[in-house]
Write a protein that binds this ligand. Structure first.
Ligand code: NAD
Length: 259
């Protein structure tokens, strides 16, 4: 007789906040945290997508709260952390994953508005999230934060110079904050995905369908990641299993940055 799969309870009693959780990597992570027993706060600008993610968690027997939040606005991010604490009593882990990628242009062809838009969400948004999460975690004396950077935060990304700059900035903030708060019981790391099969990737391939084969082949594994593969890495970094890991950039890239 097949043995029943044991229920994952690794995040039982933990409160986990996930931004950009209305779709893609964020949704996969929110659902996975919920399955592992966490109380999940689903944050996104998209109301429909956010509610849908929260519903998926609840359908799987988990606990979830959706909070609409634009991570570029300080007051909304502060309110997000306040609501998390008011509803669930604390904040153990945060996966700062909201991000945008709208660019397929060499550096000299991009305009100022695009630069500001990408930096605003990817850099300012990540900074604001960390700022208010860390203030809460300092009160508790513990916490674990994971930011979504990218392989474009580790190496150059031709036709995505602004995105690459924004993700290198996420890596810089992650390393610096990790050092600043290491003795306060707060660990801060990043995941650096290769290309992942999400709505973001779908939009990029719609713009340039001929890039698909080339993009697959930049990964030695010859394929894109599935969102859950990035979620699994973020969960490990959030968990006690990585208790001596901080300031680390975990490439989840099918070998892309190995060559
Ligand atoms: P996605 O577009 O599928 O999902 C991103 C989510 O973020 C959306 O639900 C969107 O509504 C939300 N969001 C955007 N701006 C926001 C804001 N200002 N405030 C709150 N929420 C906001 O993208 P994805 O592929 O799941 O990407 C998630 C993260 O992973 C991003 O940071 C992205 O840069 C990074 N990443 C993606 C890939 C990839 O190939 N898909 C590769 C490397 C890194």
């Amino acid at each position: 007789m097949a043995r029943e799969k044991q229920k994952d309870t690794s995040f039982e009693g933990k409160v986990v906040l996930v931004t950009g959780a209305a779709g893609g990597i964020g949704r996969a992570a929110a659902v996975a945290f919920g399955r592992a027993g966490a109380c999940v706060v689903v944050a996104d600008t998209s109301v429909d997508g956010g509610h849908a993610t929260a519903a998926m968690i609840v359908e799987n027997g988990g606990k979830a709260l959706f909070v609409q939040c634009n991570v570029t606005r300080a007051a909304e991010v502060e309110a997000l952390v306040d609501k998390t604490v008011a509803y669930y009593g604390k904040l153990d882990c945060a996966f700062n994953n909201a991000g945008i990628e709208e660019e397929h242009l060499p550096l000299a062809d991009a305009d100022e508005a695009l630069f500001d838009r990408i930096m605003n969400v990817n850099v300012k948004g990540t900074w604001l999230c960390m700022k208010y999460e860390i203030r809460q975690m300092l009160k508790q004396g513990s916490g674990s934060i994971v930011n979504t950077a990218s392989v474009a935060g580790l190496v150059g990304a031709p036709t995505q110079p602004i995105y690459a700059a924004s993700k290198h900035a996420v890596v810089g903030m992650t390393k610096t904050a990790a050092a600043e708060y290491a003795r306060e019981g707060i660990r801060i790391n990043s995941v650096c995905p290769g290309v992942v099969n999400t709505p973001m990737m779908g939009r990029a391939l719609e713009r340039e369908p001929l890039r698909e084969k080339k993009l697959r082949n930049v990964h030695p594994m010859g394929r894109f990641a599935e969102p859950v593969e990035i979620a699994n890495a973020a969960m490990w970094l959030c968990s006690e299993q990585s208790s001596f890991v901080t300031g680390h950039q975990l490439a989840v890239d099918g070998g892309l940055t190995a060559i």
